[in-house]
Write a protein that binds this ligand. Structure first.
Ligand SMILES: [Zn+2]
Length: 314
């Protein structure tokens, strides 16, 4: 029995086919290109899902979707996505119709949390917080071994916790959100303020053939000892520490799993983040919590596939 997992992110959409043990059998990826509109996206996505259906036929029993934004899991609707700029997009229904398979839809970070719980931690921790650090910031909660939805399915919008009154603008429209300091677009906006000669920086630190001013380039700059690049990462760590401290105080998780492209810069933001966590005065939850960076770049799509299978086979 196999499940399709789909992770819809601000930049890319990933699809996988996995078995119940989480073994990967097939994968695809395409650019989300949210600006082309939701209808175009659903059409392109359907093409990939149909191809899987042709290849695996009746072995497929479920489709699980994780989408970047505020999801209504009961109706399979993406209510609002700041980074895709979509509102009220129906996704689960059209895919159920196309495949004839039950389709679950959840927030992408919720699915990364499920992937962390099942694959990364092998259910050894019952209270897990996953934070996705990418264009935006998401979070998902496993509480007592169950995915926590809250009253409306909106639980875990940690990226929009306020860390600075009247602070920088966030993609959601508010000011001072955690994402407005630690989302990749915010990190690079801060880098533009501090690094005056962007072209020279890119020339020196970007990977050959990928001459772009992005977080990878900024990480390379930090590794080479560039003071402003290191300062940007230290500030990122400080704000992330503030966000995590609040979440740890609230939830007392056994493990926090960080995932997403920005988490690759761990070495440069961890020290400042850990300093904030060490400075907290209620010590118990901070002494206990393990914070790790996932090695699995596809936790969201794998988690979505396993979550879909779990629901379908219950
Ligand atoms: Zn926000």
């Amino acid at each position: 029995m196999l499940g399709i997992g789909i992770d819809i992110g601000g930049t890319n959409t990933k699809l996988v086919v996995v078995n119940r043990a989480g073994k990967l059998l097939a994968q695809e990826r395409f650019r989300t290109e949210a600006a082309r509109g939701a209808a175009s996206f659903v059409k392109r996505l359907s093409g990939y899902v149909s191809a899987f259906k042709r290849d695996y036929g009746r072995q497929l029993v479920s489709v699980g979707i994780g989408a970047a934004g505020d999801v209504d899991p009961a109706r399979g609707v993406l209510r609002f996505s700041p980074n895709l700029a979509w509102r009220n997009v129906k996704l689960a229904g059209p895919l159920e119709k196309l495949t004839g398979l039950p389709c679950t839809m959840e927030n992408d970070a919720n699915m990364a949390a499920w992937g962390a719980y099942e694959i990364e931690l092998k259910r050894k921790h019952d209270n897990v917080l996953a934070i996705t650090l990418g264009t935006g910031i998401g979070s998902g909660l496993i509480i007592d071994g169950k995915l926590y939805h809250g009253a409306d399915g909106s639980a875990g919008e940690a990226g929009h916790l306020k860390v600075q009154p009247g602070g920088r603008p966030c993609h959601c429209g508010a000011l001072g959100c955690l994402e407005a300091y630690c989302g990749s677009y915010s990190i690079m906006a801060r880098a533009r303020e501090l690094i005056k000669n962007e072209a020279a920086f890119v020339k020196k630190y970007a990977a050959p053939g990928r001459e772009r001013f992005n977080t990878i380039c900024l990480t390379n700059g930090a590794a080479a000892g560039h003071a402003a690049a290191r300062k940007v990462w230290a500030e990122t760590g400080q704000y992330l520490g503030m966000g995590l401290a609040g979440l740890i105080l609230l939830l007392n998780p056994g493990c926090i799993v960080l995932t997403g492209g920005v988490s690759r810069a761990k070495r440069w933001f961890f020290p400042a983040m850990e300093k904030v966590l060490r400075s907290q005065q209620i010590k118990t939850p901070f002494n206990r919590v393990k914070i790790k960076v996932s090695e699995d770049a596809d936790l969201g799509s794998h988690g979505a596939a396993l979550f879909g299978l779990e629901k379908a086979l219950k």
